[in-house]
Design a protein around this ligand. Structure first.
Ligand code: CMP
Length: 140
């Protein structure tokens, strides 16, 4: 069944010039990009996006990092999109990520890990809606 997921090319990867490579890896994995734009989040924007992590010790650093520079936010559609994208990303910690995954290739550490992906359908719905409205998405 075709479903949707949400991704971010994080500030470290945008700065490193890896945006195009990361989008290409999504498309090679069979995912269609149905919406995308660049934004530079304020710290409050990142705090809202990562609200489920508000009680974690790394919340302050994570939201400072995510607002340090522009990011590319994008929406993908395809069969098992959530799992497909998470498999393409690799483990959260680049040190544990498999060869050939995005985080292994472009990540530096557990915080500066190059890209984000939704972890469940409810999370994907919230994350897509945080940045995009229906008129900005182009299902094919
Ligand atoms: P992401 O997939 O964007 O979802 C939450 C993010 O929090 C995660 O990627 C990491 O970048 C970050 N994160 C998770 N665990 C830690 C940790 N222990 N220390 C710092 N950052 C973390």
């Amino acid at each position: 069944m075709s479903d949707r997921t949400f991704g971010i090319v994080k500030p470290d990867a945008v700065k490193a010039g890896a945006t195009g490579d990361i989008l290409a890896m999504a498309e090679k994995a069979g995912l269609k990009i149905i919406g995308a734009r660049m934004i530079h989040m304020k710290k409050e924007d990142a705090e809202g996006f990562y609200h489920v992590h508000a009680d974690k010790g790394f919340f302050g650093e994570l939201t400072a990092f995510m607002s340090e520079g522009p990011v590319l936010v994008f929406v993908m559609e395809g069969a098992n999109a959530i799992k497909t994208w998470r498999d393409t990303l690799g483990a959260t910690n680049p040190a544990e990520a498999a060869e050939g995954t995005i985080r292994k290739k472009f990540g530096t550490n557990i915080e500066r890990n190059a890209a984000h992906g939704s972890d469940a359908p409810e999370t994907a719905a919230f994350e897509i809606g945080y940045f995009f409205n229906g008129l900005q998405l182009f299902s094919r």
